[in-house]
Design a protein around this ligand. Structure first.
Ligand SMILES: Cc1ncc(COP(=O)(O)O)c(C=O)c1O
Length: 341
């Protein structure tokens, strides 16, 4: 059987998760509030230390709704050039909120407060006014990198100096919390709104939530409706998310351990460089002379599925459907491919 490490989104709901879905109490969410969805929303708000949260069909819709909440048309949103919200959500910020992205080029791996300060334009009636700063934690493109509380505090302060709110794309915030032992609420304190996803490390089939103040979540409800994402008996999928929150957060440490094992085994095979993983994402920068497409194709011949992040970087993501043995085997296969290249 193939070992699929392309993403933690490939996980399939377990039998126990499916049983929770089958048994979910449901209602018409748009009309009355679906009872299981409400329970999930209350649970997430409480875990993140926010007044309220709202369930979304996807992390992308949740991020875009948060941008819509904060950003008027004709303004600009500052985000790391490599952020998911810039890189992988088509041109959603322009298309849905009528705002543009002002991409921040990081001096090191991810956008810092200093990078942000250098990017802000002087205020002028001729320039677009900024409306929002977005941070990503963990940072997917930077190999699952965790933002420290000091970094988050500094970015929040730089944003506040300009009178701007901060939205955190915390699709994998669970991983950051488990890896550091810092509570979700303590991390979330450094952003006005926070998105968390259920369909990655937690193993649910779909879903995400945005948390913030009651007023922000009321506006997020309007955005979700506007984007066509209002739901009915959403408790069926909210039950999967609740199951993931109840049962699959603690085990993320296994995924982190498996990522470290992969990094150790691949090492500098054939001249490759591995970004030391802090959570469940392993980025491998390939040596000259071999590209990602070739490596991915060779790995596929051995039933190992990797993703081509760029033409010279491959990504492997550990998750609950890939055992320690699977990860070790995948890493040994990659090591062999690189050594023989
Ligand atoms: C950092 C980050 N944000 C947002 C998303 C979007 O989530 P979804 O796939 O649920 O739309 C992803 C998906 O992989 C992600 O990695």
């Amino acid at each position: 059987m193939a070992i699929d490490l392309r993403s933690d989104t490939v996980t399939k709901p377990s039998q126990a998760m499916r049983a929770a879905m089958a048994d979910a109490e449901v209602g018409d969410d748009e009309r009355d509030g679906d009872p299981t969805t409400r329970r999930l929303e209350e649970r997430v708000a409480s875990l993140l230390g926010k007044e309220a949260s709202l369930f979304f069909p996807s992390g992308t819709m949740a991020n875009q709704a948060a941008v819509w909440v904060h950003s008027e048309r004709g303004t600009e949103v500052l985000a790391d050039v490599d952020a998911h919200i810039v890189h992988s959500e088509i041109a959603g910020i322009a298309a849905l909120s009528g705002a543009q992205v002002l991409a921040v080029n990081p001096t090191n791996t991810v956008m810092s407060a200093a990078d942000l300060r250098c990017t802000f334009r002087p205020r002028s009636r001729y320039y677009p006014a900024p409306s929002l700063v977005c941070v990503e934690n963990t940072h997917n493109g930077a190999g699952g990198r965790i933002a420290t509380l000091d970094e988050l505090r500094a970015v929040r302060m730089a944003a506040a100096e300009q009178g701007l709110p901060v939205h955190m794309d915390g699709a994998r915030l669970w991983n950051a919390s488990v890896a550091t032992g810092i509570s979700l609420a303590e991390i979330s304190e450094h952003a006005d709104t926070v998105m968390v996803a259920f369909s990655k490390g937690l193993g649910a089939p779909v879903g995400a939530a945005v948390a913030g103040t009651r007023a922000q979540i009321e506006r997020a409800w309007t955005a979700r409706k506007l984007f066509g994402g209002a739901m009915r008996q959403s408790g069926i999928v909210a039950a999967a998310a609740l199951y993931g929150v109840d049962h699959n957060i603690g085990r993320l440490e296994e995924d982190h351990e498996n990522a470290r094992t992969i990094a150790r085994i691949v090492g500098d095979a054939g001249g490759a460089t591995v970004v030391p993983p802090q959570t469940n994402i392993v980025m491998v920068d390939l040596p000259p002379g071999i590209n990602s497409a070739t490596v991915a194709a060779r790995a596929r011949e051995d039933d190992i599925w990797l993703s081509e992040w760029t033409s010279t970087r491959i990504r492997m993501v550990t998750h609950l459907d890939a055992s320690a043995e699977d990860c070790r085997h995948a890493a040994e296969t990659l090591r062999r491919i690189l050594s023989n290249a």
